[in-house]
Write a protein that binds this ligand. Structure first.
Ligand SMILES: Nc1ncnc2c1ncn2[C@@H]1O[C@H](COP(=O)(O)OP(=O)(O)OP(=O)(O)O)[C@@H](O)[C@H]1O
Ligand SMILES: [Mg+2]
Length: 233
């Protein structure tokens, strides 16, 4: 089998609280291989977002090891990790997180500003991705002129602009109605068919059914991990 794009070994995270240390993640082991499509499930408070934040290098673990594209994240210096993270990961959040005063095109191009890509190349890449998610004609519009589902598609286009191998999405359909959620899931399905690895957190079974593998958390531990019917399609 190919080398995992993500490997976590004995991953733990404890938060300091008034009542003492609270173990939100307790020794999680998981390998995610290229082109997998995984739904992370589990009740509120089970550690899903804590886990995603660690995968996204937005937080550091209290225990265990995290290997991203084969590199031990804890042993990398800050700059090298930022480069690896930008090249490897794209993020999609529940709240879309678009900048309200920027056109859709500029929102999508924003990660490339940090990657020091020139303006014309940025514009062309953003246009291409807005076309891909079906919103090319709104390129010059502001986010408040389009619907929530369309805003989430723009956020997905933005997540794709650095050509990541993997997309991490924490409840990307949490603010959307069921019809719009299905559209967003179809888009994730298309991206996965192109070879992009997808990890998405969801509470909803019908959303999770789009994924090829379902991993369930309970009290900071993985309690089930299995392939779905979608895996045989
Ligand atoms: N910064 C923090 N400080 C203290 N406790 C925290 C912090 N972040 C999360 N927790 C606690 O850790 C546990 C796991 O939280 P987490 O946000 O990972 O759950 P979740 O599975 O994403 O839940 P939800 O489905 O509601 O989003 C919860 O009990 C939460 O209260
Ligand atoms: Mg959460």
């Amino acid at each position: 089998m190919t080398e995992p794009v993500i490997r976590v070994v004995g991953l733990g995270k404890s938060y300091e609280t008034a009542a003492g240390l609270f173990p939100a993640l307790r020794g999680v082991n998981l390998d995610i291989h290229p082109s997998e499509y995984i739904a992370i499930m589990g009740p509120s408070g089970s550690g899903k977002s804590t886990f995603m934040n660690l995968l996204g290098c937005l937080d550091t673990p209290s225990a265990g090891d995290y290997f991203l594209a084969g590199a031990n994240v804890a042993q990398m210096d800050k700059d090298a990790l930022a480069i690896l993270r930008n090249r490897t990961l794209g993020f999609v959040f529940q709240g879309f997180n678009l900048l309200p005063r920027m056109s859709l095109q500029d929102n999508v191009a924003l990660p490339l500003v940090y990657a020091a890509v020139d303006k014309e190349t940025r514009r062309a890449a953003a246009r291409e991705l807005l076309d891909k998610v079906g919103l090319g004609k709104y390129a010059e519009s502001l986010p408040n002129r389009i619907s929530g589902g369309q805003q989430q598609r723009v956020a997905i286009a933005r997540a794709l602009v650095n050509k990541p191998r993997l997309i991490l999405a924490d409840e990307p359909t949490g603010n959307l109605d069921s019809h719009t959620s299905e559209e967003i899931m179809r888009l994730f399905g298309e991206l996965n068919a192109e070879g992009i690895t997808i990890v998405i957190v969801t509470h909803e079974l019908d959303i999770a059914a789009h994924a090829k593998r379902q991993v369930r958390f309970l009290d900071g531990e993985i309690v089930s991990d299995h392939l779905t019917e979608a895996a045989s399609c």
